[in-house]
Design a protein around this ligand. Structure first.
Ligand code: ES4
Ligand code: ZN
Length: 326
């Protein structure tokens, strides 16, 4: 309880959050009604009941189905604003959120509709809630390299609002090397780069993300622990790993929270952070992640403080902005 008070009181940054994964069932039903869409669930309760996954793909199937209620700019605004209000209560003062443009372009929702709604809410979050932000466009790795290039083309008019790119969706069978050329182009354009790797995929995918995509962060990265040479690399370069405990539990990346590798990663000297990933689907936001961790693993106050510091160190804030938070 003391550790939770400490965790709640410290300022925190969230670095791994899919905004479409913050769509709570209640809002999903409201937006469905507003847009004349019928969901294949009788109620909010029935939908929540369906959130039981044995792997990443089972989750992704519901995640893509869920986001289909997002149709108008106002829908994207309402989604993002609800997330920001929720994290304000958790003491999150900076957030770097992903959005998945291809998940909406494929439904004929324009890039403009998506980014205008999300960005307007982020700006309101900054002025009304004091939450600073970065916006990351994520490519869906189960789609082709060409589709990623097409998406980048659509993003060109909006690059002043986009800080970086990510890589998400079905990991196995879609190694980072598939996106080497599009990530090179993004880096040329001055975008920052990160990628999901080592969630379900092997350490080799983390190596590829580092050496081929030249990422500045690794999202998840849990399976890096299977490769001592990789751990050495991650420690030497202090590559941030954005770890998501409740996500790992819900997607069976770990069997029980008591088995979560967060302390191993910290003890190995890695720059790990705690994040909520898809809070509406995985059982909670930033503080829920800290609560469940501290209830199930012997984490210390010093380690909690370290994790909070890491969240700013690993962020894409400027050095000056970081100094103010550290
Ligand atoms: C995701 Cl947890 C996770 N992994 C990969 N892709 C994703 N998209 C949204 N959540
Ligand atoms: Zn993720």
């Amino acid at each position: 309880a003391q550790l939770q008070q400490l965790a709640a009181a410290l300022p925190k940054a969230e670095l791994h959050l899919h905004i479409e994964g913050s769509l709570e069932p209640e809002l999903m039903f409201q937006l469905a009604e507003r847009n004349g869409i019928t969901l294949p669930y009788a109620s909010v309760e029935a939908l929540r009941q369906a959130y039981q996954f044995t792997n990443l793909q089972e989750f992704l199937d519901l995640y893509y189905q869920g986001m289909s209620v997002l149709q108008t700019e106002q829908d994207f605004y309402d989604l993002t604003w609800a997330y920001l209000q929720r994290i304000a209560a958790d003491g999150v003062i900076h957030t770097e959120i992903f959005f998945d443009p291809q998940g909406h372009l494929s439904r004929n929702i324009s890039f403009e509709t998506q980014i205008q709604g999300i960005y307007r809410a982020l700006c309101d979050g900054e002025t009304k809630l004091g939450i600073s932000f970065r916006l990351i466009m994520s490519f869906l790795r189960h789609l082709s390299e060409q589709s990623a290039f097409d998406t980048l083309e659509q993003a060109m008019p909006w690059l002043d609002r986009i800080d970086g790119v990510g890589l998400d969706s079905s990991e196995l069978g879609h190694p980072p090397e598939k996106f080497t050329r599009v990530f090179a182009r993004c880096r040329e354009l001055g975008l920052r780069v990160t990628a999901h790797a080592g969630e379900e995929g092997p350490p080799e995918y983390v190596w590829q993300a580092l050496d081929l995509l030249k990422v500045q962060r690794i999202d998840h990265g849990n399976r890096s622990l299977e490769d001592v040479t990789l751990i050495e690399r991650l420690r030497n370069d202090q590559v941030p790993l954005t770890v998501c405990p409740l996500s790992n539990l819900k997607l069976c990346v770990v069997t029980e929270m008591s088995q979560h590798p967060i302390l191993k990663l910290l003890d190995a000297g890695l720059l790990v952070t705690i994040n909520s990933d898809d809070p509406a689907y995985f059982g909670g936001y930033m503080m829920d992640n800290f609560r469940v961790l501290s209830e199930n693993i012997p984490i210390t106050a010093a380690q909690i403080v370290q994790l909070m510091r890491n969240s700013f160190t690993g962020s894409w804030l400027s050095e000056t902005e970081k100094q103010a938070c550290l």
